[in-house]
Design a protein around this ligand. Structure first.
Ligand SMILES: [Zn+2]
Ligand SMILES: [Zn+2]
Length: 297
């Protein structure tokens, strides 16, 4: 299997357009301790020919251009053979609307995420002719085939997208993680958003070669402490990295061979090489994803 990190930042990207926090200001002026990151997505492929994207970032156009394997090989063509959505948050779905131009698309989503997308009239731009947009239903616990890969979706504690919060009740299908396996035995788990990590999910995450996990916030009060908002990490359905019940304490115990934080918010101190928080993550044997990282489990 081939894996490429297309974007390793949380919603807003790094730097974020309206943010002047220390991280964003320093990365703008070229501080070598910091690297810009685009919004969350990874690409996976069984054969290096056809690719499946996990999430469709608002930065998808530049992500495709930055990775030759995703560029067209004919006057009208795309190696992107499928797109899988882990939830309906805008940083995970807005890229879909950059993939119009009458290109057929295969979209894997739970019924809840599909319903949320279907409520938006913009979706019709991907339905210009019969069969342009093919939905394949993800059901937690049920494996499904995609371009020579087996996708196993599983429910992860999360929440509905902000724009849908007032429009319906939460369901376990609002937010999922994925285990992707190829026929040669390679495997990766992708969990860019998690409000909690129960025993069943931990066991699942130990069954793979590579784990990408929610690294949105270092601490619960990251935004309030920087006077950038009142919401705590938990209010946004993200388990913070730090703390007795944080993800670092859990992930360091997992036997998974490679563990990588991704979906990292621009305020997170782990973005800064040499910061004590970054060293704590590295000392626990956990990596911090950057755009362009490639793996072949
Ligand atoms: Zn997100
Ligand atoms: Zn910032």
């Amino acid at each position: 299997m081939r894996i490429r990190v297309l974007g390793a930042a949380a919603g807003g990207g790094f730097p974020q357009w309206n943010c002047g926090c220390a991280n964003c200001a320093d990365v703008r002026r070229g501080d070598p301790a910091l690297s810009p990151r685009s919004q969350d997505s990874i690409a996976v492929s069984a054969d290096g020919d056809r690719w499946v994207l996990l999430n469709a970032s608002p930065d998808i156009r530049s992500q495709v251009e930055a990775f030759p394997a995703l560029r067209p090989r004919a006057p009208r063509h795309s190696p992107i053979a499928g797109i899988v959505l882990t939830n309906g948050d805008l940083d995970h779905v807005l890229g879909l609307f950059s993939l119009r131009e009458s290109q057929p698309l295969v979209l894997f989503a739970t019924a809840a995420v599909r319903a949320g997308l279907g409520a938006n009239v913009f979706l019709h731009t991907l339905e210009r002719f019969d069969g342009q947009l093919v939905f394949r239903a993800l059901v937690p616990g049920q494996p499904i085939e995609a371009c020579g890969l087996e996708l196993l979706p599983f429910a992860v504690a999360g929440k509905r997208p902000l724009h849908l919060e007032r429009l319906g009740a939460p369901t376990p299908e609002d937010n999922i993680g994925l285990v992707v396996r190829d026929a040669a035995g390679g495997s990766v788990a992708y969990v860019p958003g998690a409000a909690a990590l129960d025993a069943e999910t931990r066991a699942r995450l130990e069954s793979v070669d590579v784990l990408f996990f929610d690294g949105t916030f270092w601490s619960s009060d990251e935004l309030p402490r920087l006077a950038l908002g009142r919401a705590r990490a938990e209010d946004m359905a993200h388990l913070p990295i730090d703390g007795a019940a944080g993800s670092l304490a859990i992930l360091r115990q997992l036997r998974t061979r490679r563990k990588i934080y991704t979906h990292i918010n621009n305020t997170n101190p782990i973005l800064r090489l040499g910061a004590p928080e970054r060293r704590a993550v590295e000392d626990a044997g956990i990596e911090v994803a950057v755009d362009g990282l490639e793996l072949a489990p």
